[in-house]
Design a protein around this ligand. Structure first.
Ligand code: SF4
Ligand code: SF4
Ligand code: FES
Length: 246
């Protein structure tokens, strides 16, 4: 049987440190299996958050060898097991214990976004009509599992800590899903510029690269939102028209 070394982040009164553990590797194992084996045999107090073990609940996000990934979807045969595998919590969020972070800021951000506001029904029976291409367009965004790996990797949150001014790629995707929904009647363009900070994003694509649901966050969500803000507030012709209308 192959054995592999894992360096797992453990919190301590001074902040934290990596503890090294040895794991028996069997075919098909994922990083979450290794963490569970460590819990079962060597560190019963090791804290880790997970629920589905199927890449769908978004709970087991961590940084594996420095890359934001889901522990339950990262197979050991994709990692170099000749060197220790590091497993640490998402660094963009406050630590709770070991691999668990406090991601509650994300839920507060979501509550501050103008919610879905349906237009009047299209038919007397209270139903709406929608083109299939519009359904398809927002469907991609609805695949989000709220793992917050994109928030973790975004330098505006992770390094510059502009959490009060920028909602992050996860929630720009959420706004895009609402704004591109033809049934929605709300106007979120002013809040995108003023409260949600879409202008801070400089399209590095780091968020798109880590999304386990392969949502094209930058090209399909953020860039169209930026275009809406530019069209509304910075397009010279629109500004001129607004002067004449006021
Ligand atoms: S593309 Fe924008 S939102 Fe995505 S990680 Fe880069 S700066 Fe952040
Ligand atoms: S957009 Fe992708 S990376 Fe971001 S929270 Fe949703 S599923 Fe996770
Ligand atoms: S345990 Fe649910 S996504 Fe990993």
């Amino acid at each position: 049987m192959t054995r592999a070394s894992f360096k797992v982040w453990r919190t301590d009164p001074g902040g934290g440190h990596f503890n090294e553990y040895t794991v028996d590797v069997v075919p098909g194992m994922v990083v979450l299996d290794a963490i569970h084996q460590i819990q079962a045999t060597q560190a019963p107090d090791l804290a880790v958050r997970w629920n589905c073990k199927a890449g769908k609940c978004g709970s087991c996000s961590a940084e594996i060898n420095g890359n934001p990934q889901l522990m339950c979807m990262t197979r050991l045969n994709t990692l170099d097991l000749l060197s220790p595998v590091t497993v640490e919590p998402m660094r963009a969020f406050p630590p709770v214990k070991d691999l668990v972070t406090d991601v509650s800021w994300n839920f507060r951000v979501k509550r501050a976004i103008t919610p879905f506001t349906p237009r009047p029904a299209d038919a007397p029976d209270g139903t709406w009509r929608m083109n299939q291409r519009d359904v398809d367009r927002v469907q991609e965004f609805r695949k989000c599992i709220e793992c917050f790996l994109c928030q973790d990797v975004c330098h505006i949150l992770r390094d510059h800590r502009l959490n009060d001014e920028f909602i992050g790629p996860r929630f720009l995707t959420y706004v895009a899903a609402l704004e591109m929904n033809p049934l929605d009647a709300a106007d979120r363009v002013p809040e995108l510029r003023d409260r949600h900070g879409v202008g801070f994003c400089n399209i590095t694509r780091c968020c798109t690269n880590v999304c386990p649901e392969h949502i094209t966050i930058t090209e399909n969500a953020i860039i169209p939102l930026k275009e809406r803000v530019v069209d509304r507030f910075y397009d010279p012709l629109t500004r001129l028209l607004r002067v004449f209308q006021s």
